[in-house]
Ligand binder design. Sequence first.
Ligand SMILES: [Zn+2]
Ligand SMILES: [Zn+2]
Length: 267
Amino acid sequence: MIDSHCHLDAEKFAGDLDAVLERAAAAGVERMLSIGTGDGPPELDRAVRLADRYEQVYASVGVHPHDAAKMTPRAYDDLRALAGNEKVIAFGEIGLDYHYDFSPREVQREVFIEQLKLADSLQLPVIIHTREAWEDTMALLRGHWRGPGIMHCFTGDAAQAEEPVALGLHVAFGGVLTFRTAETVREAARVVPDDRLLIETDAPYLAPIPWRGKRNEPSFMAETARKLAEVRGTTAAEIDAVTTRNFERLCLRPRNVTRYTGVSDGD
Ligand SMILES: [Zn+2]
Ligand SMILES: [Zn+2]
């Protein structure tokens, strides 16, 4: 299996990351995409450094909507340079978060659009975060994005799940799928076509049942895979096969663009 979204750079993993990665491998989670947003600019290379250190870890780069207000011209340059690393396989997580409003909504929208443009020029699939901002997120994607991507940690209903699918995006389900009250999310998980389905943990957040409320880690994804299989009337092995194939096609195919290599300009 591939965990398509986790935050291995989180403080909560600082003490025992090697053990976490060993448990992931033992649970069949062979590869992981560590999201590179960290605490926002100026430090945007945390996931890249992990990907350099661990073979089974890939990285994304991007600025989370929470940190949109910290964006600077220099941060855009840094993102472009970091994307030259061959382990960087996606751009994100980017989007809109109107739940916390850590950055003004107008700034979130601006930075989202600018990062969609940057991801397009880098030929990277985007990872979309949206919370209490569904309409605005979809409107901006419809207006500014033509490429592949992932609607991460999907928690909407079946009708909403059709929208990213219609745009050509993938939909990723995480631990929320196992929550007792998440029947509408399970309904959504039934309507996503096989070839658009992905699975994730969002570790250290949102641990599946029976670890709800505890620190999440990639090895726990087996529970989400089991639930996803039950909901879709298939086997966990089939979920593994389908989501691995989808991730590989989306993020691991060779890109025949010359990516900016981040050559230092000496400053
Ligand atoms: Zn997110
Ligand atoms: Zn995340």
